[in-house]
Design a protein around this ligand. Sequence first.
Ligand SMILES: Nc1ncnc2c1ncn2[C@@H]1O[C@H](COP(=O)(O)OP(=O)(O)OP(=O)(O)O)[C@@H](O)[C@H]1O
Ligand SMILES: [Mg+2]
Length: 229
Amino acid sequence: MGILPEDKPVKPKLEPHNFYIFGRPMAGKSYFASYFPHPLVLNTDGNASQGTAPSIQLRNIRGKDGKLTQNVMKQIDEVVLELQSQQTTFKTIIIDVIEDVCVMVEQAICIEAGVDALGDIPYGKGFSTMKSVLQRFVMDLKALPMDVIFISREIEVTDEKTGATEIKSGLKDSYYNIVTGNCDLTIRCQKLGQGKYARIVKDKRADYKPEDISDKRIKDLLSSCIGMF
Ligand SMILES: Nc1ncnc2c1ncn2[C@@H]1O[C@H](COP(=O)(O)OP(=O)(O)OP(=O)(O)O)[C@@H](O)[C@H]1O
Ligand SMILES: [Mg+2]
């Protein structure tokens, strides 16, 4: 037996496991994500204590000398390693919010290099380190036998010439491409009015059918999103 597969078409496995959820503040992003099975939240904004899901606070901590006593890159590595190597009952990892993780990683790279901005690190090495750290983080999470949800805040960008406003994720374009390039579904959360919330599927990797989703709870959650099935 060689390493090559048999030369015949295979039936694609259609099931989304990686989700990108964006929306304005208070639009119900964290709320929606917390209903996924057995969630673990990697939190950045300190308001995880308001939710019921167990969480880890991601942060850089600086000592008196300005050096990092806790480095967010190391912290992420340790979490991923533990998720990879230990038996765990968690079934969903939620990153709340991804742009803060990027800012913190940038900050950690800058502090370690003793500079103010990534661009101050010679030969573009700051940017390339940042990109590879993010890429590895996303791919490591994706490789876990769990669902992954990236949460992002949305921003409104107005074109000065035409006056047209565009709604987009607050994540920088180059980072957005890395993250969403590894996601199967993009969902926008919206608060419509008092007690009224909507979730709209903005992008999907495949034309999923309800029978493609093996977990009943996830199927129900996704069914509540406009444009899913
Ligand atoms: N579908 C929903 N039904 C009822 N209440 C909801 C729903 N979605 C959100 N809420 C309520 O709205 C509030 C804000 O929701 P949530 O914290 O999920 O917002 P968020 O988008 O994560 O905001 P932020 O960007 O500030 O973290 C919460 O009190 C939550 O209980
Ligand atoms: Mg939130």
